[in-house]
Structure formats: structure tokens, C-alpha cells
Design a protein around this ligand. Sequence first.
Ligand code: MNH
Length: 459
Amino acid sequence: MDTTGIPHRPGRLPVIGDLVGSNPRTPVQDTVRVGREVGPIFTRKLLGLEIVFVSGVDLVDELNDEARFGKHVGLGLRHLRALAGDGLFTAHTSEPNWRLAHDILQPAFRQEAMRGYHPIMLDAARELLASWDAATGPVDVAADMTRLTLETIGRAGFGYRFGSFERTEPHPFVTAMIRALRYAQLQNIRLPLVKRLIAGSARQNKADIATMTDLVDEVIEARRSGGEPSRDLLGLMLAEGHPETGERLDPVNIRNQAITFVVAGHETTSGALSFALYYLTRHPDLLARARAEVDAVWGDREPEFGSVAKLRYVRRVLDEAMRLWPTAPGYSREAHEDVVLGGRYAMSAGDWVLVPLPLLHRDPAAWGPDAETFDPDRFDPAAVRKRPGHAYKPFGTGERACIGRQFALHEAVLALGLVLQRYDLEADPDYRLEIAESLTLKPAGFTLTPRVRALVPQS
Ligand code: MNH
């Protein structure tokens, strides 16, 4: 798009653009730094690639208008198509398979469907608790939350156990997935050095994708040939047609969806849990309040389905953690037609911009002067009503918003509640938040020492 008149950081150089001061390992955090200086709309130019970022709540409100804009599959997503094809996350809205799969899978993600996943989620959470019970020292929080969420989506989606808590080395699928995701991300970096690196690992990438598709194909085949029929995601995809037309998903698309759900369905939730635990241990008063709620609502019992949504404060803690560090840190919007954004910035049909969520979520216009402080009370219903609706979008927007939102929230509130119910948590007071960026964000090197509480109150 025509970027004249859109601010950028001072000191842009010919050819390399804003490359000085940007780190390929921390693109999101770099963008946050730049946006604080020159937002609410700005560009960053890295070598030949100039990206427009829109982070102010009023402009984002316009971008979220589904009549004029829609999801853009570009940048972070385009190269993931090698892995996830026309799966829901990476499909173009114009591909018929997007709506077909969306309509077939939607029922599996309604709030009511969570009742069926609840015992499976509990089962995975019990493994986390068992491993923390046995821990004799600090545990790596992000690693263990990732074990938990991977087990949850594997079982709830496909009846498959990755065995994350029994392994010291990650499951081969996970190793392949992490490498393939990194490979896809590197494709966006135009440095000659990086290009050579990618060229050198093309064969490995092919093998990694094969590792993933082979496992998925095996699981599907086992189910097809006489496995127990089940109403999990896989069962639904194999058995159900479109609610109106009866049309079915084709086998390649089912495979793409399976890979999509594993990839999209665990790292984000894991990061959200990890950031929530980080902030709670930094704010003992808030931790005490969250735990008091768990004790009051659950007592010492294992929670049944209906009692999870009753943890209102625990939910707000997660909401607030995802405000400061939205673990899926952005989404892209593409103009359907020629438009003028904010009365000033001309976009032609097909032009696209990126919404960096950590900046939107800290826009003082919506969040006030103390936007950087962690305060779950921002998500009291009364406070929410006072804010513009588009100030908080951790699950994206419109028809392409996250289909797994209810799933993630049920899983995360359940897990955080169980951890608070069972443990006193000791954090390293010297730990300084460091954020690892891949497709998602996570606190790096954050450990906790969990100790089973002396007395879990009866209720
Ligand atoms: Mn999820 C899309 C964030 C958990 C499956 N997810 C999105 C988008 C965001 C997002 C943002 C929109 C991206 C875009 O516009 O390009 N998702 C999250 C977060 C969590 C999360 C922050 C946890 C916290 N997501 C989950 C879980 C699942 C899942 C759990 C599956 C079980 N997400 C998806 C799928 C899509 C998606 C599938 C694509 C939906 C579509 O476009 O139709």
C-alpha cells in the first residue's frame, strides 16, 4: 500500500530500512518498542519488506469491520500452508473448504461441547499435578504447560496420547513441528545468510512435514479401520457432513485440520497459562485472591464441569495476562475494496496491515495511563462495558476469529484453578520476564517450585 505519510522510526536507511536495532528473534517485542514511539499507525521496513502496523483502538475498530476488511493470509501464515494447507487457520476465506470445515466443526467448539472434553482435560491435568507432586526442585513452567496443553488437544481432538509427561525428550511429532514452524518463519527474513540457512534445511523440512503427516495419517487410519467411534474432533470430521448440504471434508483436508488443531491448539493456551502464573507470583495479593476463590468454589474437591466457569476471578487473571502478552500476538487485515483508513490513509483493494495485539491492548486511549500494570479488575463486567469493544482481541476478530476460544478458556481456567488449589508456588525473586517468540509468545526460563499445600480447606 502507499505508505507515504505513515510514520516510522527516525533513522531509516536505504536498502536495509529499519534493520538496525531489530532482532530476528524478537520481532514482536521490537514492534512494541517502535509502536510506543511512533504509533498508532506506523511502518517498519526490513530490507525490501515494508509492513504497516495499526495499533490504535479507533483505527483497529475500522479494520475489524467485516464489510470492508477480512483476514489476510500473509507474512506469518503464508509459509505455514506447507504444513497446514487449507486447514482452518491458514485457509483463505475464499477457499470453499474454509466455510465447509468451519460449519462442520463449529458445533464441536460450542460451550456445550466443553462438557464432553471436561473429563479428558481433567485427565491431562492430573498428569501435570502428578509430575509437580513428584518434583523435588523448580519446574520449567512454559515447558510443563506445553506438555499439558499438547496432551489435552491430542486426547480431546484425536484420542491420541503424546505421552508428554512420561518423556524426557519431546515426542518426534513435536520436534518436527517446532522445526517446521521455525523454518516457515525464517522464510520471511530476506537476509542472504538466512536464505542460505533455509536452503540448507529444505530436506530436513520435508522430512519434518512427513513425520507430522505420517503420524496424523496413522491415527486417522486406526480410527477408520475399526477404532472406537468417538465424538471428538476427528470423529466429527470423519462422520459428519455439512449441517445443510451434507457435503463431507476430503481426506487431505482432514489431515490438514488435524495438524492445524495440534499446532493452533496448544502453544497459545500454554503461553497464556504461563504468563498468568508469572503475573500471579509477582502479585501475591492477587494470587491470594484467586486462590480464595478456588477454595470457596471448589473446596478440596475435583471440579465438575459446571464449577469451572464459576471461577470468575481466575478467568480475569487469564484475560489480563493475555492482554499484556497476547500469546497469538497479532492478526492481519486485508481491504476488500478501496478504502480510506482513519480518513487519511488510502488502501487499495488487496492492501493489508498487521494489528500488533500487545500495542492495541496497551493503548492508553482505551486502557488508561496505567495500561502497563497487571490488574485483573479491568475485566470486571462494569469495567469491560466502559471500554470500546475492539480494545481487546486476543482471539482475533470476525468470522476468522479463534474457533477454539471456549476450549482454550475452559482448559486454562481448569488448569490454573487446579494448580492454585493444590500448591504453594515459590518463584525465583530474581527472575526478570524474558519472552521467547516463535509463532507464539512464552515466558522463557520462568521456573516455579510447587509445594503441595499443607491444608486444602474443606468446603
Ligand atoms: Mn486459536 C484462530 C488465538 C487457542 C484453534 N486463534 C486464532 C486467531 C487467534 C487465536 C488470534 C486468529 C488468527 C488470525 O486472524 O489470523 N487461539 C488463540 C489463543 C488461544 C487459542 C490466544 C489460547 C489462549 N485456538 C486455540 C485452541 C484451538 C485453536 C485451543 C483448537 C483447539 N485458532 C484455532 C483455529 C483458528 C484459530 C482452528 C482458525 C479459525 C478460522 O480461521 O476459521
